[in-house]
Design a protein around this ligand. Structure first.
Ligand code: AMP
Length: 283
């Protein structure tokens, strides 16, 4: 595996590459990231894993300062999972002096994560993803369902700019107890860890309520109640259209339950598809 830090070195490493895959990450790699890398490994000739803690997408400076980082560990894990190129640029390589461009996706970026973290969050994501997609020019870029709204924003970006890349979405990897894996989980104190399971409990409760015939707003209420039972107040809990992230009002079509909550000062997000309820005609 080659470790590269500049766009020029990256270009050299990808010269003559046939099918290129890209897994963009912010490091602190865990099984969720590794599942993306392993999937990509099987589908691409040259696999690039990027590690860049993108400062512009952090709305909270304390979150950025506390973000875990261990490059030698990440490099070893990426190599073990099959990466060929480990792209770990310094901030000035991505944002050189005078950098003045922002890629902003409206609509799907605005509610939920966009509203709670502020417009700069998805602007930061869209700008860095656009820069990485242009620099690496991958055939396929891999993202996790864990960050479902990010996926929707990236899909919109790629479609609108007609970027020649396929977006592949990999399922959320969970701890054995159901907690979605996240680089931030290491910051959860052991005594607060059980409360972190409230997000998944809320999603499960909303999905069961929907299966039993609840309308989307009632299913959201069931999700919130299940979280409160575990002493966690959601920042938001919503059942949305998975493409637009507008509130879903019809559960006969695919929908997604999405949640954010802060537990022990650690902000967590999760989501779960709600299976479409068959219509009367389909029964
Ligand atoms: P991050 O380093 O948090 O920016 O994540 C990098 C990529 O890994 C994103 O596409 C995430 O959606 C994905 N990812 C993070 N956690 C998980 C997980 N638990 N399961 C699957 N993919 C994940």
């Amino acid at each position: 595996m080659r470790i590269v830090r500049t766009l020029e070195e990256l270009g050299d490493a990808l010269e003559d590459a046939d099918t290129v895959g890209l897994v963009p990450t912010m490091g602190a790699l865990h099984e969720g990231h590794l599942s993306l890398i392993r999937t990509a490994r099987d589908e691409c000739d040259v696999l690039v894993v990027s590690v860049f803690v993108n400062p512009t997408q952090f709305n909270d400076p304390a979150d950025l300062a506390a973000y875990p980082s261990d490059e030698p560990r990440d490099a070893a894990l990426a190599e073990g999972a099959g990466a060929d190129v480990f792209f770990a640029p310094p901030a000035e390589e991505i944002y050189p002096t005078g950098f003045a461009t922002t890629v902003s996706v409206s609509g799907v970026s605005e509610p939920l994560e966009g509203a709670h973290r502020g417009k700069a969050h998805f602007d930061g994501v869209a700008t860095v993803v656009a820069k990485l997609l242009i620099a690496v020019a991958p055939d396929v870029a891999y993202f996790g369902q864990k960050d479902a709204q990010q996926v929707a924003v990236v899909r919109r970006l790629v479609a609108d700019l007609a970027l020649p890349v396929e977006i592949s979405v990999c399922p959320t990897v969970r701890e054995p107890d159901g907690l979605a894996m996240s680089s931030r989980n290491v910051r959860l104190a052991p005594e607060d860890r059980p409360r972190a399971l409230a997000l998944k409990a809320g999603l499960d409760a909303a999905a069961s309520a929907a299966t039993e015939g609840a309308d989307p707003r009632a299913a959201e209420a069931a999700g919130l109640a299940a979280m409160r039972e575990r002493d966690v107040e959601a920042e938001y809990f919503a059942i949305v259209d998975p493409e637009t992230f507008a509130p879903a009002d019809d559960l006969t079509r695919p929908a997604l339950a999405v949640v954010a909550a802060t537990v022990d000062q650690v902000r967590l997000i999760d989501n779960q598809p709600i299976d479409p309820i068959p219509t009367q005609e389909a029964l």
